[in-house]
Design a protein around this ligand. Structure first.
Ligand SMILES: Cc1cc2nc3c(=O)[nH]c(=O)nc-3n(C[C@H](O)[C@H](O)[C@H](O)COP(=O)(O)O)c2cc1C
Length: 349
């Protein structure tokens, strides 16, 4: 039904407008009595065999919604009824910011992909906190955090720390997003020495907060780009070993435009931005495989990039992912994708 009726209609309109329309539609439908239980009946697969215990958290299934979809944490309570095992909100920055000028989100239909240069548009930390206070506790929430576009390099850490402290009481795990291709001064966020400093500082604050709150330390993950070469991936493996950060999310969108079906002219018209969806699938899987093989599977990996079918998800698990996330596949395939993946995991187990 989604691919036959809803998607063709949605794809007639501007992608960003449809994104907002979908949010309003889901909010509206969710207020109709009985609707959420209909969604649950349609999309949830409840089975103990799907449960995963990682970083001290119990995920009811290993399929999550990737960051960037619910940037402002306004829809996670409703999305909890669509079969996900976890939802990652953000990227949240300390101050709200409008992001890059529109248009900044483009479908590559023939490639089953998306190019975006949203530029961390979000309402900011305080707005996210207000939304997270409404958490109905139905699902694990990840807090994906970043820096404001205008922040000077010497203050990057402060931005991450501000978001970390602010979201700490409200999310179950954290993601340090250091891999958005649409963020300025990207070089510093690729510098392993800086990453070590950043991770160590956030971990130190995490420990202090957990003592003050008398709770366990909240897991912290690092989200990396699919465009890192093997030497850079070796450095990430070393970084994880040294800092003992809880895990890695592989991967973000890609700056690579090789082998796209979209014409050169179309890509030029679109301009800068990160590619997601099917075109990044294999590269993301290779990164997962490399990290798993070369670390002797020393740390948990969340696999994301181009999952549009149950087969794509199983490939990520086989490569070494412990959990998976989807974004572009959710747009192209609709919510039944989550259920199909969970069913396929059960069939394999
Ligand atoms: C429109 C759009 C916005 C995104 N925004 C963010 C973001 O704010 N933070 C982040 O860490 N990743 C963001 N991502 C990246 C996704 O979380 C994911 O890592 C990437 O798209 C690859 O997965 P996919 O192929 O399933 O989309 C965004 C992706 C898209 C398509």
């Amino acid at each position: 039904m989604y691919k036959l009726l809803i998607r063709p209609f949605f794809f007639l309109f501007d992608p960003e407008k449809i994104h907002h329309f979908t949010f309003s539609l889901v909010k509206f439908l969710s207020k109709i009595p009985g609707m959420l239980s209909i969604f649950r009946g349609m999309y949830q697969v409840n089975d103990k065999k799907l449960e995963r215990n990682l970083f001290g958290l119990t995920f009811k299934n290993p399929v999550g919604l990737a960051a960037g979809f619910d940037k402002n944490a306004v829809l996670y309570n409703e999305l909890a009824n669509f079969g996900f095992g976890f939802v990652e909100i953000g990227t949240v920055t300390p101050k709200g910011q409008v992001g890059n000028p529109k248009k900044r989100l483009f479908r590559l239909k023939d490639d089953k992909g998306i190019i975006n240069r949203m530029g961390f548009n979000n309402e900011g930390l305080e707005a996210a906190i207000e939304q997270l206070k409404k958490n109905k506790g139905k699902i694990i929430i990840g807090g994906n955090i970043g820096k404001n576009t205008n922040t000077a390099p010497e203050n990057y850490t402060e931005d991450y720390v501000t978001c970390f402290k602010g979201l700490h009481p409200y999310v179950d795990y954290f993601v340090l997003n250091v891999s958005c291709p649409n963020v300025s001064s990207h070089a510093k966020l690729e510098d392993v020495d800086y990453l070590k400093e950043l991770i160590t500082e956030v971990q130190k604050i995490g420990k202090e907060l957990s003592v003050a709150e008398r709770s366990r330390s909240k897991p912290i993950l690092l989200k990396i780009a699919p465009d890192l070469n093997n030497q850079q991936l070796d450095e990430i493996i070393e970084l994880v070993a040294e800092t003992k950060i809880d895990g890695v999310i592989a991967s973000n969108t890609s700056v690579n435009r090789d082998n796209l079906k979209a014409s050169k002219k179309r890509l030029q018209e679109i301009g800068n931005g990160g590619v997601s969806g099917q075109p990044v699938k294999n590269r993301s899987t290779k990164v997962i495989q490399y990290l798993a093989d070369n670390s002797n599977k020393a740390f948990p990996i969340v696999g994301v990039g181009g999952i549009h079918s149950e087969k794509d998800a199983l490939e990520k698990f086989k490569a070494g992912a412990d959990l998976v996330q989807i974004y572009t596949g959710f747009i192209y395939e609709g919510p039944s994708l989550v259920k199909r993946i969970n069913k396929a995991i059960l069939a394999e187990s």
